[in-house]
Ligand binder design. Structure first.
Ligand code: GRF
Length: 205
């Protein structure tokens, strides 16, 4: 790996298709980040196997072992990130709400992908929300993570049309194809320092 590449920890909870798109992008010699660790809060998910296929180190911190104590789970996660000398945290289908303790610790160094054109359609079932709202365009956003859910400053967005006959699955597939291009592009912006969180806004250049 080239010197100076940011060491990225990708947090997942499932299939990990966005993680795969990041791992593929990071194979380019001039990509400014390396995927140093893939961590799941659920044991034995497909994404962990896919990460191992890339030769990436993996870890599991099972949130169920910590009961209702979210911060204890996060302290254990944070310790694994620290041991692996992680510079940037990338949430990719990570299905745990993070407490202000963890978010503050990683503020400006943690990004998430959300399958909607934020600030529209926060939370879950975003494709259903878009269809019910009758919008003509939908898409995905990569944003810095702040304590309020899905409210962080947006780094990049990609749009797709909503087509006649769309259902949730069709729309989700169209958005996911864009996610797989958008996330590597956004991580490159952050890892290279071209996009930074300063004073609650994204500074570019
Ligand atoms: C993606 O749609 C992402 O936007 C959302 O959860 C899904 C994760 O998919 N947060 P994958 O695990 O990356 O395949």
């Amino acid at each position: 790996m080239a010197a100076g590449r940011k060491r990225v920890g990708v947090l997942i909870s499932g299939r990990g298709s966005n993680m795969v798109s990041l791992a593929e992008a990071a194979q380019a010699p001039d990509y400014p980040a390396q995927i140093a660790l893939v961590l799941s809060n659920i044991p034995d998910v497909a994404g962990l196997d896919r990460a191992r296929g890339f030769g990436i180190a993996t870890a599991t911190v099972d949130h169920r072992a910590f009961g209702k104590d979210r911060e204890a789970f996060e302290r254990a996660t944070d310790e694994v990130l620290r041991v692996n000398q992680i510079d940037l945290v990338v949430l990719a289908g990570f299905m745990r709400i993070l407490t202000p303790w963890f978010v503050t610790r990683w503020e400006g160094r943690m990004i998430n992908i959300h399958p909607s054109l934020l600030p529209l359609f926060k939370g879950t079932h975003t494709h259903r929300q878009a269809l019910e709202a009758g919008v003509a365009e939908h898409g995905c956003s990569v944003h810095f993570v702040v304590p309020e859910l899905d409210a962080g400053p947006v780094i990049l967005q990609a749009k797709v049309p909503v087509l006649p006959g769309d259902d949730e699955d069709k729309l989700a597939q169209r958005v996911l194809a864009e996610e797989h291009k958008l996330y590597p592009a956004a991580l490159a912006e952050v890892a290279s320092g071209r996009a930074r969180l300063e004073g609650g806004v994204v500074i570019r250049g």
